[in-house]
Design a protein around this ligand. Structure first.
Ligand code: SAM
Length: 243
């Protein structure tokens, strides 16, 4: 266990799960995510199982959930119909539904194995979510949603990323070419899918904030556009509030 740093809590969880820790430490040394080895993470107080088919939920995303809940309450959208695009482990939808039971949530993903994990996570957390297999680029949205939320892929190959992201699903992280491809598509489809009074909530990369504000204003000239920071002071969230 020479070069690796493991918190006491994680070590205890690993000890509980594995009798022989040597091969486990070797994997961790090579950058294999400890969360996959433990098998779950705590996200917004909910236990979310993770495996190499799903992105490991990030701390910043908990804040997306927190902020979205505040907007939903302020806008009186507690009975909202919500669409999550790119649900992965299901962490966003599960915590939203867990906190606000009257929301009706549909969550889509292009990765069938991720959807299986998300469904199982929803079951274990005793929340009811409609998970469906869809590609956002081929999805004719007919329903009207009050809230659309997404933390889509935005890293382009060649961008600097941390070592252990190489073990996470490529489709969950990378977008080829235009890093804003998913945002443009989601904003575009939202014109047919978002109710007049509605909210779009995005997690974003700090470098794309201003450009996304510009795009949002083009599509929603009358909406309130709010670019908000994470706990490290970086632009991390974008909300389009259409009233
Ligand atoms: C950055 S991950 C976010 C996962 C989870 N919502 C979270 O915040 O931890 C993006 C997710 O979008 C999904 N995805 C990628 N391309 C997609 C597409 N064309 N249509 C629907 N989902 C897609 C990926 O499979 C992945 O689960």
């Amino acid at each position: 266990m020479s070069n690796i740093k493991i918190s006491k809590q994680d070590l205890q969880l690993l000890q509980k799960k594995y009798t022989n820790l040597d091969p486990i430490f070797k994997k961790i040394e090579k950058g294999y995510p400890i969360q996959y080895l433990i098998g779950n993470v705590d996200f917004y107080g909910y236990k979310i199982d993770v495996n190499p088919n799903v992105l490991i939920p990030r701390f910043e995303t908990e804040n997306l959930v927190y902020k979205t809940i505040e907007y939903i309450k302020d806008l009186d959208l507690r009975d909202a119909s919500v669409l999550e695009i790119g649900t992965g482990s299901g962490c966003i939808s599960i915590s939203l539904k867990g906190e606000l039971e009257s929301l009706e949530i549909t969550a889509i993903d292009i990765n069938k194995k991720a959807l299986m994990t998300a469904r199982s996570n929803a079951r274990k957390n005793k929340v009811d979510i409609n998970f469906i297999y869809k590609d956002i680029f081929k999805y004719d949205l007919v329903n009207n949603y009050d809230v659309i939320i997404s933390n889509p892929p935005y890293i382009t190959p060649g961008d600097e990323v941390s070592e252990n992201t190489k073990y996470e699903p490529y489709n969950a992280i990378y977008v080829d070419g235009d890093p804003l491809l998913y945002y443009r598509e989601i904003i575009k489809v939202s014109l047919n899918a978002l109710n007049k009074k509605g909210l779009i909530a995005f997690e974003i990369d700090e470098d794309h904030g201003q450009e996304l504000v510009k795009i949002s204003k083009e599509y929603y000239p009358k909406a309130k556009i709010s670019l908000e920071k994470d706990l490290a002071g970086k632009d991390r969230y974008l909300f389009i509030i259409n009233e």
